[in-house]
Design a protein around this ligand. Structure first.
Ligand SMILES: O=c1ccn([C@@H]2O[C@H](COP(=O)(O)OP(=O)(O)O[C@H]3O[C@H](CO)[C@@H](O)[C@H](O)[C@H]3O)[C@@H](O)[C@H]2O)c(=O)[nH]1
Ligand SMILES: [Mn+2]
Length: 739
C-alpha cells in the first residue's frame, strides 16, 4: 500500500489562502474602508445649508442627501463583498484513494436533466447532455439518468430513444479511447482524425458517422414537428401520445428506456448500460407546476422508486458534463470518513462553451465563480445555483443534519418489480394532485415560490445544519450555453435578481432565518446576491445626478484643492485598480474587464429595477411568479454578430429605451458641462473634476449604444423608434430644471 493511502487518509484536502499576499489584501481593504469613512464624513459635514442653496440652485440639498444615501449604500455593499474575499478556500480530491477503498461499495448516483421547451432547447442539445452523463466514468450498474421533459413532447422522447441506441456505441468508445469530452457534439467539433492512430481513426470515423446520422434524423423530425408512423412503431412509449396533448395539458409519462437491471441491456462490448428514464409529469392548466423546482421534485420521487441513488446530480439540459470524473470528485467529499457526513451538496462552477474572447455580456460570472464562491466555501459552503450540483438525497429531501457519522451506502435496487410495474407506480407519484397536503415544495425537496428555487433550497439546507462544498476542478466540470444577446442576459438577470431579492424580503432573509444557524460571513455573502436588485436605485441616482449637476455647473464633490478630495480619489482609484487586478487574475482580458463594468451598469439601469419592482409587487401579492426559460439557440445573423462581439439590440424594448435615453442624457450633460466650464467660464474646473470623471466614464462605457443608435445599420442596431424616443426623453430631461 502506498504511504498515506491507508484507511485513515482523507479523501480530500482543504487549503485556505494565507501568506504575505493576504496580509497586503487585508491592509488594502482596511485602507479603502478608511477612505469610505472619509467620504461619508465629507457628506455628513458638508450638507448644504439654506444660504448656499440660494446661491447654487434649488435642488442641491436633495442632490446631496441622495448622494449621501447612495454612498452609504455602496460603502456598506463594499463591506459585504469583503466578507467573501477574506478567507478564500480551495479543495483538492484524492480520487485514487476513493476507488481503492470503495471499489465495490460506491453509492448509486441518479442524474437529473431538466428540459422545458422544445423550440429553445432543441432535442439534439438535450440528448448530448444526456449522453455526456451516461458516459460518466462510474460503474454503470450504479448510474441512472432521468430526463424530465416539461415540454411533454414526443419529439424529445424520440430523441432520447435515439440516444439510448447510440449510447451502446458511445459509452465503450469513450472508455476505450479515454475521451475527455463526453458530449458527442462537442467532442466531434474539437477532435480530428489526424491526431489518432489507424485503429482509432477507423472507429472515430464510424462513430462520428453514426452520430451524424442520428443527429440528422433528430433534427429532421424536430424541423418537421411530428413523427412518422414508422418511428412511432419503434417503441411502446409513443402510445402515450395517442391522446392529443400539449405541453401544459397532458397525463403523467414515465418510460424506462434502458433498465440497468436487465442483463441484456448491454453496450456493444457487452457491458451493462446505465439506467435511462424519460419522465413528463402530469400537467393541467388549472394546476400550478412550479417550474424547475416542480420538475426536480417529481424526479426525486420517480427516481426513489426506480433506482433510489444516494447521490443526485442536477443538470440543465444545455450544460453537458465535460469531465468524466466529477462524480468521483463529489464522492470524495461525501464519503470522507472524517468530514463527509457533514456535507449536503457539492456545487461546481457553471461554465459556458460559447463565451467570446472578451465576454461581451459578462456572462461567465468569473468573479463570482473564481473569487467569491471560494470565499463562501470558507464560511460553510457556497450557494446551490442549480446545474452542476451534487446532492445527498437525504438532505435534499428535508433531513436535518445529525452529527453521527453514517456511511453513505449503496441502496439495493428493487429487483422484484418489473419495469412496467415500476413505471406505473412512478406515474402515480407525479400527478398534479400528488403534492397536495404534503410537505413537498416546503420542507421536502426543492422549495416553491421563488424563481431561484435552487438558491433558497440551498440556504434552507444549510440552515438545517448541513455544510456544502465548492469544488472547482482543474478540468472544467460542466459547460453550458450562455445567452448571446443583450436582451437575453438582461432578462436572465432579471429572474435571478428578482428571485434573490424576493428571498431577502421573505422570512428566509439570511440575517434572520440564518441567525445562529449559519456563519455571519455566509449570511453576509448571501446578501451580496440577494441585494443585486435594490443596488439599482443608488446606481441610477449616481448615474444621473452628478452628470445633471455638471450640466448646470453645480459642484457636488470636493475641489481638487480640498483635503476631502483625497478619500474620493483614493477609493475610486484603488477600487478600480483592485477590480482590474482581480479580473486579470481570474483570466479576463482588459477589454473583458471593461465589458464587465459595462454590464454592471446596464444590469443596474435596465434589469434590476424591474426585478426590484416585481419583487415588491409579489410581496403585495399583485403579481404571479414567472420563469422565462433562457434561449439556447439564435439565428445565424445574431450568432455572427455575437462572435464578432458586436452588441445586439435589434428589438424595441423598454430596457433599451432606458439604456439609450440614459446614454444620450449623459452625453448631453458632458457636452453641456464642458461648454459651460470652458467657453462660458461658469464654475471651477477644479471643483468639477469628479463629476467630469464620472460622466466621462459613463459616456465611454456607453459607446456601443451610441454606435448602435447613430452609426450602425445592421439588424442588431438600435431600432429607430427607440432612438427617437430616447433622444426626445434625454433632451426633455436636460431642459427640465434649466431656467
Ligand atoms: O418550467 C420549467 C422551467 C425551466 N426548466 C429547466 O430549468 C433549467 C434552467 O432554466 P434556464 O432557462 O436555462 O435558466 P438559467 O438562467 O440558464 O439557469 C440558471 O438559473 C436557474 C434558476 O433561475 C437554475 O435553475 C439553473 O440551474 C441555472 O443554471 C433548464 O434546463 C430548463 O429546461 C424546467 O425544467 N421547467
Ligand atoms: Mn441555462
Amino acid at each position: 500500500m502506498v504511504e498515506g493511502e491507508g484507511d485513515g487518509s482523507p479523501l480530500f484536502e482543504t487549503e485556505v489562502a494565507e501568506g504575505i499576499g493576504r496580509i497586503w489584501y487585508k491592509l488594502h481593504a482596511l485602507s479603502v474602508f478608511v477612505g469610505i469613512c472619509g467620504i461619508w464624513a465629507y457628506r455628513a459635514l458638508h450638507i448644504p445649508n439654506a444660504e448656499e442653496e440660494q446661491e447654487q440652485g434649488q435642488g442641491r440639498w436633495w442632490a446631496w442627501i441622495g448622494l449621501f444615501g447612495a454612498e452609504l449604500w455602496f460603502g456598506l455593499y463594499w463591506v459585504l463583498k469583503q466578507a467573501v474575499r477574506w478567507n478564500p478556500t480551495y479543495r483538492r480530491t484524492f480520487k485514487a484513494r476513493l476507488s481503492q477503498r470503495y471499489r465495490n461499495n460506491l453509492p448509486g448516483v441518479d442524474i437529473f436533466v431538466c428540459t422545458a421547451d422544445l423550440t429553445i432547447e432543441p432535442p439534439i442539445m438535450v440528448i448530448n447532455t444526456v449522453l455526456s452523463v451516461l458516459a460518466y466514468d462510474y460503474p454503470k450498474d450504479k448510474l441512472s439518468v432521468y430526463l424530465s421533459d416539461d415540454g411533454g413532447s414526443e419529439l424529445t422522447f424520440y430523441a432520447l430513444l435515439e440516444a439510448s441506441h447510440f449510447a451502446r456505441t458511445w459509452i465503450p468508445f469513450c472508455q476505450k479511447f479515454n475521451v475527455e469530452t463526453r458530449s458527442p457534439a462537442a467532442y466531434f467539433k474539437e477532435s480530428h482524425t489526424s491526431q489518432k492512430d489507424v485503429t482509432e481513426a477507423v472507429e472515430w470515423i464510424a462513430t462520428k458517422n453514426l452520430y451524424k446520422e442520428m443527429e440528422n434524423r433528430i433534427n429532421q423530425v424536430t424541423r418537421f414537428g411530428r413523427l412518422s408512423n414508422d418511428i412511432r412503431k419503434q417503441h411502446k412509449g409513443f402510445c402515450e401520445w395517442n391522446v392529443p396533448s400539449t405541453s401544459c395539458d397532458h397525463h403523467a409519462i414515465v418510460e424506462i428506456l434502458i433498465d440497468g437491471r436487465d442483463e441484456n441491456a448491454t453496450d456493444n462490448e457487452g457491458v451493462v448500460l446505465p439506467t435511462l428514464v424519460y419522465m413528463a409529469r402530469e400537467k393541467r392548466p388549472e394546476h400550478h407546476h412550479n417550474f424547475k423546482a416542480g420538475a426536480m421534485n417529481s424526479l426525486l420521487r420517480v427516481s426513489s422508486e426506480i433506482s433510489n441513488g444516494a447521490v443526485i446530480l442536477n443538470m440543465d439540459c444545455d450544460m453537458y458534463s465535460n469531465n468524466s470524473e466529477t462524480i468521483k470528485d463529489a464522492l470524495c467529499f461525501f464519503m470522507d470518513e472524517d468530514k463527509g457526513h457533514e456535507f449536503a451538496y457539492v456545487q461546481l462552477p457553471q461554465r459556458f462553451n460559447n463565451i467570446t474572447k472578451n465576454d461581451i455580456y459578462a456572462n461567465c460570472l468569473r468573479t463570482e465563480y473564481e473569487v467569491e464562491f471560494h470565499g463562501l466555501d470558507g464560511f460553510g459552503g457556497p450557494l446551490y445555483v442549480g446545474s452542476g450540483c451534487f446532492h445527498r438525497r437525504e438532505s435534499l429531501c428535508g433531513k436535518k443534519y445529525e452529527s453521527n457519522k453514517a456511511e453513505m451506502k449503496y441502496n439495493k435496487r428493487n429487483t422484484r418489480a418489473d419495469a412496467s410495474t415500476l413505471e406505473e407506480k412512478a406515474k402515480s407519484l407525479i400527478t398534479c394532485t400528488f403534492e397536495d397536503n404534503t410537505e413537498w415544495g416546503k420542507e421536502v425537496g426543492l422549495k416553491y415560490g421563488f424563481p431561484v428555487e435552487d438558491v433558497i433550497t440551498g440556504l434552507s439546507i444549510q440552515c438545517r445544519g448541513w455544510k456544502s462544498i465548492y469544488f472547482n476542478p482543474p478540468r472544467v466540470g460542466f459547460l453550458g450555453v450562455a445567452p448571446v444577446t443583450l436582451a437575453q442576459t438582461l432578462v436572465q438577470h432579471k429572474r435571478w435578481s428578482e428571485g434573490n431579492f424576493q428571498i431577502f424580503l421573505s422570512k428566509y432573509n439570511p440575517l434572520l432565518y440564518g441567525h445562529k444557524k449559519i456563519k455571519l460571513g455566509l449570511q453576509l455573502g448571501y446578501n451580496i446576491y440577494f441585494l443585486w436588485a435594490p443596488c439599482s436605485f443608488p446606481t441610477i441616482y449616481y448615474a444621473i445626478i452628478p452628470s445633471f449637476a455638471l450640466l448646470h455647473a453645480i459642484s457636488l464633490f470636493p475641489s481638487v484643492h480640498s483635503i476631502w478630495f483625497a478619500p474620493f480619489a483614493y477609493v475610486i482609484g484603488v477600487t478600480t485598480i483592485h477590480s482590474l487586478w482581480e479580473s486579470k487574475k481570474v483570466g479576463y482580458t482588459l477589454k473583458g474587464w471593461w465589458n464587465e463594468r459595462r454590464m454592471w451598469l446596464f444590469k443596474r439601469l435596465a434589469s434590476y429595477p424591474f426585478a426590484a419592482t416585481d419583487a415588491f409587487l409579489k410581496l403585495l401579492d399583485v403579481k404571479k411568479l414567472a420563469f422565462i426559460v433562457t434561449a439556447k439557440v439564435a439565428d445565424e445573423e445574431v450568432s455572427k454578430r455575437y462572435e464578432k462581439e458586436v452588441m445586439e439590440f435589434g428589438s424595441a424594448s423598454l430596457m433599451f429605451i432606458i439604456l439609450s435615453a440614459h446614454a444620450v442624457f449623459c452625453l448631453l450633460c458632458l457636452l453641456g458641462g464642458v461648454k459651460k466650464l470652458v467657453l462660458d467660464g461658469t464654475g471651477e474646473m477644479s471643483s468639477m473634476l469628479v463629476q467630469l470623471t464620472v460622466t466621462g466614464a459613463i459616456t465611454l462605457i456607453n459607446m456601443p449604444i451610441y454606435q448602435a443608435m447613430f452609426l450602425r445599420v445592421d439588424g442588431g442596431c438600435m431600432p429607430i423608434s427607440v432612438t427617437i424616443i430616447s433622444v426626445g426623453l434625454a433632451m426633455l430631461a436636460c431642459i427640465i430644471g434649466t431656467k
